[in-house]
Design a protein around this ligand. Structure first.
Ligand SMILES: Nc1ncnc2c1ncn2[C@@H]1O[C@H](COP(=O)(O)OP(=O)(O)OP(=O)(O)O)[C@@H](O)[C@H]1O
Ligand SMILES: CC(C)(CO)[C@@H](O)C(=O)[O-]
Ligand code: BAL
Length: 298
């Protein structure tokens, strides 16, 4: 039997690959000639937030950008939106071409989880808090697929959005705890002009829900502004904004340290919110400084 022919790789062209072994072989060959590999994992339905990740990936010198598009079933609970999650591969490939991505990895479910696969990553205590309290097992699913993607692609760098802040913290934790050889880079959240964080799930919102959804980012801004007054004032200010939108059903509003430990009284902190607007669940967060005295002269 003759071995399957190796797919050609042409610098500057878009290669759409679905088989993990093909991706591993090409990225290994590129690394062997000194090229760095940058991975941008996504679930598709690409928007300006994803494009920002890709642009930052491309700006790292001497790299080939790999974007993965895979709606990972392992991170969806039984009552979540796995079946109706937006899928638009052709449009996504156009976006990747425009952003000069060179490899798009689009595996099928069976490529990632062939029959018999059963070992997963456990995300630890932080994975059971915040979003993990509502989405049981979600972060085990995220870390398992990210671990697999890292093993397939062996990226030197991987970029993730701060919009999914708990996910970013847990991926950094996994890389440190499991001695993985990839540098994880967080990218600030890209927003609509009114503050709403871009998210693939925003397409689910009706026009009136879209108006209500701005309450999340508005609450975070109000909370961040109150940082120097202390934790209680941060939460109070954010809650006041949310209370004006009873149609926005809050899952959690929490002030934490940047590593998601207990909130500090001074210095950097993170304010995180999750809420349902109609049937759509949205998340958002912001960095803030706690307990800073007012600037001199103010
Ligand atoms: N507004 C945004 N700004 C920056 N990065 C983002 C933004 N939205 C998503 N990302 C990042 O893009 C990557 C892929 O995310 P994903 O494909 O799940 O998109 P999403 O818009 O977050 O979708 P969902 O609506 O399902 O949460 C993640 O690292 C995520 O944090
Ligand atoms: C990181 C990720 C691609 C893993 O499926 C997903 O959780 C996402 O899109 O944020
Ligand atoms: N953007 C995080 C992926 C998820 O919500 O499942």
């Amino acid at each position: 039997m003759t071995a399957p022919k190796a797919p050609e790789f042409t610098r500057g062209a878009l290669h759409v690959l679905s088989k993990p072994a093909e991706v591993t072989r090409i990225t290994r060959a590129l690394r062997a000639v000194g090229t760095k590999i940058v991975l941008v994992p996504t679930m598709g339905a690409l928007h300006a937030g994803h494009r920002e990740l890709i642009r930052r990936a491309r700006n790292i010198p001497n790299t080939v950008v790999v974007t993965s598009i895979f709606v990972n079933p392992l991170q969806f609970g039984p009552n979540e939106d796995l079946d109706r999650y937006p899928r638009q591969l052709d449009t996504d490939l156009d976006a990747c071409r425009e952003e000069r991505v060179e490899i798009v990895f689009t595996p099928e479910r069976e490529d990632m989880y062939p029959p018999g696969s059963q070992v997963t990553v456990h995300s630890g205590p932080v994975g059971d808090e915040l979003d993990g309290r509502v989405r049981k097992g979600h972060f085990d699913g995220v870390l398992t697929v990210v671990n697999k993607l890292f093993n397939i692609v062996r990226p030197d760098f991987a970029l993730f959005g701060e919009k999914d802040y708990q996910q970013l913290v847990l991926i950094k934790r996994m890389v440190a705890d499991l001695d993985m050889d990839t540098r994880v880079i967080g990218v600030p959240t890209v927003r609509e002009p009114d503050g709403l964080a871009l998210s693939s799930r925003n397409v689910y919102l009706s026009p009136s829900e879209r108006e209500s959804a701005v309450a999340l980012s508005a609450a975070l801004s109000a909370g961040a502004y109150a940082g120097r007054l202390g934790a209680a004032e941060v939460i109070k200010a954010a809650k006041e904004v949310l209370a004006a939108h009873p149609e926005v059903v809050v899952d959690y509003l929490e002030l934490r340290a940047p590593d998601l430990g207990p909130a500090p009284e001074q210095g950097e902190a993170r304010l995180l919110v999750a809420a349902r607007v109609g049937t759509t669940r949205l998340i958002d967060n912001t960095g803030l400084r706690m307990g800073e005295p007012p600037e001199p002269g103010l």
